[in-house]
Write a protein that binds this ligand. Structure first.
Ligand code: PNS
Length: 163
């Protein structure tokens, strides 16, 4: 049986912390789908297409990783995709409460799908999409926080917003 995991997130933008989690998951599962959650009621920094394209570039070295997007309930998407697990990254204690709640809701909806957590590398443990957005929009150097493919797209977004 092929073990397929879905790694969902907003990825707005994808960071090196996200990539660290994808790489760990790709070593443990036969196949990983990195799935960008579409939330039409929330203003976004990058378009869903841009997030998917930059994730594809950043994950190009991982043969067993695909990138997709989903709308609606994550657990229903994961079930349709044939996933046995949902992957999430844990950085520090601050992530725990939200992750616990999400894992419990998803377990209640579909007990057969497990949520699996990966600890990000400690050097990436302070990186978040919101920190990257803030640094980028305020003109700071975010190059060590995101994959190169993402950095180029962020630069274009910042240029468009400030010109
Ligand atoms: O990177 P994020 O913002 O923490 O990702 C959150 C995401 C997209 C995984 C989460 O909001 C989600 O699962 N959205 C889909 C709606 C859903 O299934 N909600 C119920 C579970 S809390």
């Amino acid at each position: 049986m092929r073990r397929l995991a879905v790694y969902p997130g907003s990825f707005d933008p994808p960071t090196l912390g996200h990539l660290d989690v994808v790489e760990r998951a790709a070593r443990l599962f036969d196949e990983v789908i990195v799935a960008v959650g579409v939330n039409r009621s929330k203003a976004s920094f990058m378009t869903v297409d841009d997030r998917q394209a930059s994730l594809r570039e950043a994950c190009a070295h991982l043969d067993n990783v695909q990138v997709a997007s989903f709308e609606g309930l994550l657990i229903e998407y994961a079930t349709r995709a044939g996933a046995t697990a949902i992957v999430r990254g844990l950085r520090a204690t601050a992530d725990f409460e939200y992750e616990f709640q999400m894992a419990m809701v998803n377990r209640r909806l579909r007990p057969e799908v497990e949520t699996v957590f990966f600890m990000t590398h400690w050097e990436k443990s302070y990186v978040s999409s919101s920190i990257v957005r803030e640094v980028a929009l305020l003109g700071g150097d975010y190059s060590g926080l995101v994959p190169d493919a993402v950095g180029e797209r962020i630069a274009a977004i910042v240029r468009a917003r400030t010109s």
